[in-house]
Structures are given as structure tokens and as C-alpha cells.
Design a protein around this ligand. Structure first.
Ligand SMILES: CC(C)(COP(=O)(O)OP(=O)(O)OC[C@H]1O[C@@H](n2cnc3c(N)ncnc32)[C@H](O)[C@@H]1OP(=O)(O)O)[C@@H](O)C(=O)NCCC(=O)NCCS
Length: 166
């Protein structure tokens, strides 16, 4: 996958996360994921209660459309991941951009990384002519809903899911 390094549109804010401990200041980029990110991505996806091995992640990366997986990376490690998809539809004047997964490593939350990933996704949606950005978020992830609302997303639909037998 191409390595498109994009400086964070909004530098992560440095906030005190707990008494006496300030989050570190680290240069960070948002870029497209590569197959050698599989180990870090497997850890993040597993934290979202979707257990996956690095080998499984590598296989999935290989078939996902180019540019679907963005990572936030400090100078040494991957600390967040977002997946996005662009869907052409009949009933709107342009495609719909959907964020299908977002996670920031627990110890790095609250520094603007999630917001920067969403902004990077929105930029890509705009470049591809999308008329709507949407996100699906599991009902159990309540704090994430407040995060999306803070970023200007509004709850407009219910999603009905059904597991399909193999
Ligand atoms: C949701 C998540 C991605 C947010 O990432 P983050 O890097 O911690 O969020 P940011 O620091 O970019 O926050 C951006 C804004 O949202 C607000 N926000 C973040 N989490 C929030 C929460 N739980 N409740 C209310 N507001 C929240 C921040 O205060 C900030 O607002 P501000 O600019 O007014 O200060 C992160 O908490 C996470 O990975 N959660 C677990 C996985 C998950 O639920 N993913 C969503 C699946 S679709």
C-alpha cells in the first residue's frame, strides 16, 4: 500500500492524563497502513474485541481497497487506526464515505488523535466526491458516540445487523 504521510491537521494536544504524568510530546503522522504494520494493527483490533492475529490482519490488508486503512504513528509506534470505505449509491448525488472502525490505544486517548484520524478520513471522502460521511458504532461503545457527536456527527439512523452463516 502506498505510504502517504500526512502531518496531523491538528497537532495532538498535550494534556495531563493523571497526577504527575503528562502525555509525551511526539511527532505524529497519519499515513496509510502497510503490511508490516500487521502486528500493531492486530493488537488494536483485538482491543476492540475483534481478536485477530497479525497473519489474519496481513491477509485482510491485502484485499482491502487501497487507502482503506489509516494509522496514526508516533516516531516509534502505531497508536491509532481508522478504516474507511467509499460507497457509490443510487439514492444520493454522490458516494457515501463510511468510517467502519476507529481505535486509539488506551494510554494515548484524549490527545486529539481520534479527531485527527477522523479529519484525515473526511479529507479523503471530500477528495473522492462524497456527499455524506457516516460512521457505524456498536451500541456497547457508548463513549464513542459522545466523541462522534462532539465532532459534529448526528445520530440519524438505526443499523440492523444480522450474522450470516458461512
Ligand atoms: C473514541 C476514541 C477513538 C476517541 O479517540 P481520542 O483520541 O481519545 O479522542 P480525541 O482526543 O481526539 O477527542 C476529540 C474530542 O472528542 C472528545 N471526546 C473524546 N472521547 C470522548 C468521550 N468518551 N466522551 C465525550 N467526549 C469525548 C474530546 O474531549 C475532544 O473534545 P475537545 O476537542 O472538546 O476536547 C477512543 O476513545 C477509542 O479508541 N475508544 C475505544 C474504541 C472505540 O470505541 N472506537 C469507536 C468504534 S466505532
Amino acid at each position: 500500500m502506498g505510504h502517504v504521510g500526512v502531518a496531523l491537521a491538528k497537532a495532538p494536544r498535550m494534556r495531563k492524563k493523571s497526577a504527575g504524568r503528562t502525555t509525551r510530546e511526539a511527532p505524529m503522522v497519519i499515513r496509510e497502513a502497510r503490511s508490516d504494520d500487521a502486528r500493531s494493527l492486530a493488537e488494536l483490533v483485538t482491543q476492540l474485541e475483534h481478536p485477530a492475529t497479525p497473519a489474519e490482519i496481513q491477509q485482510r490488508l491485502a484485499v482491502l481497497p487501497l487507502g482503506s486503512v489509516l494509522v496514526a504513528e508516533t516516531d516509534t509506534e502505531i497508536v491509532g487506526c481508522l478504516t474507511l470505505h467509499v460507497t457509490p449509491v443510487l439514492h444520493r448525488a454522490g458516494p457515501v464515505g463510511r468510517i467502519t472502525m476507529l481505535i486509539v490505544r488506551e494510554d494515548m486517548r484524549g490527545q486529539g488523535i481520534g479527531q485527527a484520524l477522523v479529519e484525515a478520513a473526511k479529507q479523503r471522502f471530500k477528495l473522492r466526491g462524497c456527499v455524506l460521511a457516516e460512521v457505524t458504532s456498536n451500541l456497547r461503545l457508548k463513549p464513542a458516540h459522545a466523541f462522534y457527536e462532539r465532532l459534529g456527527f448526528r445520530k440519524t439512523s438505526w443499523r440492523f445487523g444480522k450474522q450470516l452463516d458461512a
